[in-house]
Design a protein around this ligand. Sequence first.
Ligand SMILES: Cc1c2[nH]c(c1CCC(=O)O)Cc1[nH]c(c(CCC(=O)O)c1C)Cc1[nH]c(c(CCC(=O)O)c1C)Cc1[nH]c(c(C)c1CCC(=O)O)C2
Length: 401
Amino acid sequence: MPPLPAFVAALPLSQSRPSAACTHRRLARQCPVATAGTTASSSNGATPLLVRAARGEPVPRPPVWLMRQAGRYMADFRAFSDHHPFRHRSETPDIAFELSMQPYRAFATDAVIMFSDILTPLPALGIDFDIVSGKGPRIPDPIRTIDQARRFASASFDPASSLPFVAELLKRLRDELASEPAALVGFVGAPFTLAAYAIEGAAAKNIVATKRLMYSSTEEEQVLSTVLDKLGSVVADYAVFQVRQGAQVIQFFDSWAHHLSPDQYSTYALPAARKAAESFKAQCPKIPLIFFANGAGGKLEMIQDQLGHVVDVVGIDWSVSMSDARRRLGKDVVLQGNVDPSILATGSEDAIRKAVRDTVSQADGPLILNLGHGVIKETPEDAVGVFCDAARNMAAAEVVA
Ligand SMILES: Cc1c2[nH]c(c1CCC(=O)O)Cc1[nH]c(c(CCC(=O)O)c1C)Cc1[nH]c(c(CCC(=O)O)c1C)Cc1[nH]c(c(C)c1CCC(=O)O)C2
């Protein structure tokens, strides 16, 4: 293995990282940190780099992980997904554990995100769903009427009894990571994105059913507000539950923010997101909260204004330049993102390395390196290795310079 970059060699053993070359399974096999369960380069209970960076503490380099890092782009993942339907995979702790750990073992990312879905808590509230191969999420009985919305709002949400597999998964992952440097990330869908899925019943091009509820009549608007208000508390309770089971960081995914104009986002999505984030933070003040809204270019200031007091990290999607995000949000905000996922799917090694360098230099301040949305399935595994390697190298170069 090549010598460790200077900044890594200078770190105490408890913070040491895999060498820059140790980014993929073939290499990770030789790399103690990337091998689950070894204690050779353990974190020995030290606070993971990702947690420190998310809290805005000074760190030797930006941590790196990828949204949707577990997925069909990996051959090891397909070995499971070709044989077991999504809900079976995500609701069987043995399988979900393996799928969560695959990208960590392969790429030594700074985070392990539990393998699950933003829709996973919905059946606990009486909303069944499935993920149909090649088609995406399907909800057979979407919420459209005030009676359905009231029934949804009166459902009691008890994750311990209805989502025991999430508890078991998180406990096992936390145990596994006890002697590893990676942070365990839990996640929830933000209230608006979950509400729109529950109303649309499937991925929808223009979320017409949801928008109709905004604009038709007072009673119909009540359907939306009832569902959003309920989700404002459910999302917080579910995130708190994940923390109690071992999650060290929570990310809110507002993946359907791009469907809303800034006015609609401010009227419908942000109040419920704020309710969830405030309640979560009141119960878990020390757990970093990352808020990622997809397509938030026109909404960054309102997100900071409404959520800045409870959100530790603002996720930036790939359509916004990091320099723009930094200028608009200020020098102290921890940003996360935002390399265009399609560069990993299509670009040369040089293009990926350049994208990482550009992101770090444009962020020009506290940063968690990530993509600007989830990994896409056409991505070669080696490209993810290059991305993680570039992230570590880039940071080394910066720190040494
Ligand atoms: C919008 C959304 C969903 N689910 C999620 C979001 C928010 C993130 C984003 O904006 O991309 C969140 C999610 N879903 C999944 C994760 C895994 C953890 C990780 O590695 O990041 C995470 C964080 C697994 C999954 N969830 C799903 C997959 C792919 C299908 C499969 O594995 O069978 C994975 C790996 C299914 C799913 N679930 C959903 C979609 C759009 C799909 C894809 C459907 C398809 O590709 O046909 C809803």
